[in-house]
Design a protein around this ligand. Structure first.
Ligand SMILES: Cc1ncc(COP(=O)(O)O)c(C=O)c1O
Length: 435
């Protein structure tokens, strides 16, 4: 028995593969196979990117500095983030504090909002995932990720709620299938402003649960939050810094958030890091206040070196333009696959983050309280035979594709072909259940 308490992106008890190494867009498995790493939001530049490797080698000779000590490279990383990533947002951007992960950044952005507004309640949208620590976990409303215990014979012991959480409707957009709601946004979102009336912060992300960016929706939520006295936090942990095909997903609409949270790609996959970026207006409110939170390893010299290296690779915008090109290819490939496979219920996505949802049980009733791998995990297991690893986010009927930005056209085609192969198992079950 392993002495490690395992968790995984593909539900089920056993890890489907053993990774021993990685190179470029590939994972290398214990049996020697090289497979495409197809769902890795933490690895935007793939594995062993030479700029990242060089920066991390240099960082090994840094001193041990905690968050409370001045470190010039940390100041430089903040400047880089603001000048490079937020270069088009100069009139909006205020200042940044670095954290250890996306979860921590969200937890601290939420507690900050409670302190600033004097309110306790928080809001998110349906099927959201914002992390697994503190208030980030409270805002993760996918039923299987409650942070507590799933009983393998059925049932669960969730963590008791810490705060009242308001859940507003999600956008209903889909590139294929689904059940789009074509009513005007104000009708679809009726009652939202009342729900936000006692809320400290409304946190919205752009991918989780297979629910994607919708500019009209963003502007509606931003206006409703502002009118209700709630801050708006844009959770760009997945979408920020390139994956959405622009620096930030929020840039696709008119509205601008009060706070942006970052993680995942921030340190190029070479170190754990998160960040809370505040608007100028919030920083103005902070003039006579200090934010009383500290942690030993936040903005550690290794994390700071990795952040600077990642931003240096992204600075000229070439990789973001490449994500835009790849978006067209992955969309076309997925539409073809969806039309071919009757088991596919819905496809949506943008940039280099796409979700394929299968027909099957409703996600609202999935608690991961079984040892049987669900259908999405069985599709992912079969896709490995055809050369790619595809994740499910622990969902029962959804798979997501999120390869690194350095993937070639041919490698993307291999990833799509692996999904195509994997879906045969879902088609067979779908046809059997229908009969
Ligand atoms: C939208 C979103 N926010 C926050 C997080 C939490 O980030 P981390 O797992 O790095 O703590 C995730 C993780 O998947 C995420 O998808």
């Amino acid at each position: 028995m392993s002495r490690l308490l395992q968790t995984g992106l593909n539900a089920g008890k056993e890890p489907p593969i053993k990774v021993v190494d990685g190179e470029g867009v590939y994972f290398i498995l214990s049996d020697g196979r090289r497979v495409i790493d197809g769902s890795n939001t933490g690895g935007p530049l793939g594995h062993k990117h030479p700029v990242m490797v060089e920066a991390m080698k240099k960082a090994a000779s840094n001193p041990v500095i905690n968050e409370g000590w001045f470190w010039a490279e940390r100041e430089a990383a903040a400047e880089d983030l603001i000048n490079i990533a937020f270069g088009e947002e100069k009139s909006w951007v205020g200042a940044v504090r670095f954290f250890l992960s996306g979860s921590e950044a969200n937890d601290l952005a939420l507690t900050f909002s409670q302190a600033l507004t004097g309110r306790r309640e928080l809001a998110t949208r349906e099927r959201a995932f914002h992390g697994m620590a503190g208030l980030a976990r409270e805002m993760t409303v996918q039923p299987q990720w409650h942070g507590g215990l799933a009983i393998q014979g059925g049932g669960s012991k969730p963590v008791p709620a810490q705060v009242p959480v308001q859940i507003i409707p999600a956008p209903s957009h889909a590139e294929y299938g689904g059940s789009p709601d074509n009513r005007p946004v104000a009708d679809r979102m009726q009652g939202t402003q009342e729900k936000l009336s006692a809320v400290a912060a409304t946190i919205i992300d752009y991918t989780q649960g297979g629910i994607y960016y919708d500019p009209e929706y963003q502007d509606y939520v931003a206006n409703a939050a502002r009118a209700a006295g709630s801050l708006w936090i844009a959770d760009e942990v997945v979408t920020g810094l390139g994956r959405s095909g622009r620096w930030f997903a929020f840039q696709g609409a008119e509205s601008r958030p009060d706070i942006v949270t970052l993680g995942k790609s921030l340190a190029g996959g070479s170190a754990p890091a998160g960040a809370v970026v505040m608007s100028k207006a919030i920083i103005d409110e902070m003039k006579d206040k200090s934010w009383q939170t500290y942690s030993t390893f936040r903005a550690h010299p290794s994390a700071v070196a990795a952040i600077r290296a990642y931003l240096s690779v992204m600075a000229d915008g070439q990789l973001i333009r490449r994500v835009q090109v790849l978006e067209g290819r992955i969309r076309a490939g997925l539409m073809e696959i969806a039309r071919k496979h009757p088991s596919v219920a819905r496809v949506d996505g943008f940039g280099l983050h796409w979700t394929v949802e299968l027909h099957g049980p409703d996600w609202r009733n999935w608690y991961a309280d079984t040892v049987e791998p669900p259908i999405a995990s069985r599709v992912a297991a079969r896709a490995i035979e055809a050369g790619a690893i595809i994740g499910t986010s622990g969902e029962q009927t959804s798979l997501f594709l999120a390869p690194s930005y350095i993937i070639s056209d041919a490698e993307l085609d291999t990833l799509l072909a692996a999904l195509d192969h994997g879906l045969e198992v879902a088609d067979a079950e779908y046809e059997r259940d229908k009969a």
